[in-house]
Design a protein around this ligand. Structure first.
Ligand code: NAD
Length: 253
C-alpha cells in the first residue's frame, strides 16, 4: 500500500470502533504503519486483522487513555517497536448521559472528563515528547460540534469537547515552531456504535438528530477519517490550531 502518508507511523486511540476504526483503515490504505490503541481488546483486534488482511502494517496495544500508567506503557511499547511517531489521532471518547446539569452526577462528570479530556491531554503529552525529539509530527484531536456550541442536555460531554478544542489551540501555539502541527476535527452526528447506543435510549432520537443537520443525514466514519488523513498529510502543511467542522452544516445555523 502506498499513498499520502506513506511509511509514517500513526497512533489512533479508540481505533477499535466507529470513527477510530475508519481512520485506522484509511491511514493504512495511505501506506501508514498504524498503532491501534483501545481499552477494548476485541475491537482493537478486529481493526488489526482488517489492516493485516489487506497487507498493511499495524500493531494493537490495549490501553485505557485515562490511566497514566497505561498511557506510559502504550508509548514505551510503540516507540520501542517503531522508533518514532509521525501522526496521532486522539479519538478515544465516550458519550455522557442525557441530563440537564442540575440533575447530572459527579460520577458521570469524572468518567466523561477522565476519558474525553484527561485522556487527550495525557496522550498529547507523550506524543509531543516523542515528536519534539524528531522535530516533526502532526496531531489531530477528535472534538465534536459539541466542542463549538452548547448542548442543553449533555453538560459533561460538551465541556470535555470544548476542553479538547482549548488544548488543541494551546498546543498548536506552543509547538508551531517545533515542526509539530496540532488540529482538531469537529464531527456532527456520525453513524457509529456510540450514536447507536444513544439513539436506542429513546425513540425518535435518531430522526431528531438527522433533522439538525442541514445536509439531511448523519455523517459516516469514513467522512471523518478522510478529514483526518488530510490534516495529517503534507497538503495541510500550513494548517495548525484549526477546528475543522465535518458536520453537514450543523454549526452554521
Ligand atoms: N459518533 C458521533 O456522532 C461523534 C460525533 C462527534 C464526535 N465524536 C467523537 O468521536 C470519537 C469516537 O466516537 P465513535 O462514535 O467512533 O465511538 P465508538 O464508541 O464507536 O468508539 C469509541 C472507541 O473508543 C474506545 N474507548 C472508549 N474509552 C476508552 C478509553 N478510556 N481508552 C481507550 N479507548 C477507549 C472504545 O472501546 C471504542 O473502541 C469520540 O471521541 C466521540 O466523542 C463522535
Amino acid at each position: 500500500m502506498a499513498g499520502k502518508l506513506d511509511r509514517r507511523v500513526t497512533l489512533i486511540t479508540g481505533g477499535g470502533s466507529g470513527i477510530g476504526q475508519a481512520a485506522a483503515l484509511a491511514c493504512a490504505e495511505e501506506g501508514n504503519t498504524v498503532i491501534i490503541a483501545d481499552s477494548d481488546a476485541e475491537g482493537g483486534g478486529a481493526t488489526l486483522r482488517q489492516i493485516k488482511d489487506k497487507g498493511g502494517e499495524a500493531l494493537f496495544i490495549r490501553a485505557d487513555v485515562s490511566k497514566t500508567a497505561e498511557v506510559e506503557a502504550l508509548f514505551s511499547q510503540a516507540v520501542k517497536q517503531y522508533g518514532r511517531l509521525d501522526c496521532a489521532f486522539n479519538n478515544a471518547g465516550i458519550e455522557g448521559e442525557s441530563t440537564a446539569l442540575a440533575e447530572s452526577t459527579e460520577e458521570t462528570w469524572d468518567r466523561v472528563l477522565g476519558v474525553n479530556l484527561k485522556g487527550v491531554w495525557l496522550c498529547m503529552k507523550y506524543e509531543l515528547r516523542q515528536m519534539l525529539k524528531q522535530g516533526s509530527g502532526a496531531i489531530v484531536n477528535n472534538a465534536s460540534v459539541m466542542g463549538l456550541v452548547g448542548s442543553p442536555t449533555n453538560p459533561a460531554y460538551t465541556a470535555s469537547k470544548h476542553g479538547v478544542v482549548g488544548l488543541t489551540k494551546s498546543a498548536a501555539l506552543a509547538y508551531a515552531r517545533s515542526g509539530i502541527r496540532v488540529n482538531a476535527v469537529c464531527p456532527g452526528f456520525v453513524q457509529s456504535p456510540l450514536t447507536e447506543r444513544k439513539f436506542a435510549s429513546s425513540p425518535g432520537r435518531k430522526e431528531a438528530a438527522i433533522a439538525r443537520h442541514p445536509i439531511g443525514r448523519l455523517g459516516t466514519p469514513k467522512e471523518i477519517a478522510a478529514a483526518v488523513v488530510w490534516l495529517f498529510s503534507d497538503a495541510a502543511s500550513f494548517v495548525t490550531g484549526h477546528t475543522l467542522t465535518v458536520d453537514g452544516g450543523y454549526v452554521i445555523q
